[in-house]
Design a protein around this ligand. Structure first.
Ligand code: ZN
Length: 99
């Protein structure tokens, strides 16, 4: 499976899951309980995450990109030019850290 979306706000992750479900894409929320237990200030690795099957990844990402309500500011990776949401501190494509 691949990580397609992550946000500190669980409801946004659940929102994203619903968007994918409506499109017939199965997804899985991870870290939802860890984030709740950690309170408002969670370390990044404890953020709720949304995972999809590798085969659904491209379509899922396209769908989520179209829904601005769950997106935050985009930043463009200096290394590979890929667009990332601010939910990702590292470029999802090449792993380089945002400036
Ligand atoms: Zn990159």
């Amino acid at each position: 499976m691949k990580l397609v979306y992550s946000n500190q706000q669980l409801f946004l992750v659940v929102n994203a899951k619903n968007i994918l479900e409506n499109a017939g894409i199965e997804s899985q929320v991870r870290n939802e309980f860890i984030a709740g237990a950690a309170g408002d200030i969670s370390p990044f690795d404890a953020w709720p995450e949304l995972w999809v099957n590798e085969a659904s990844f491209d379509k899922a990402q396209e769908l989520l990109k179209m829904h601005e309500s769950i997106q935050q500011t985009l930043w463009r990776c200096n290394e590979c030019g890929e667009e990332n949401t601010s939910a990702f501190e590292l470029c999802w494509n090449c792993g380089k850290h945002s400036e």
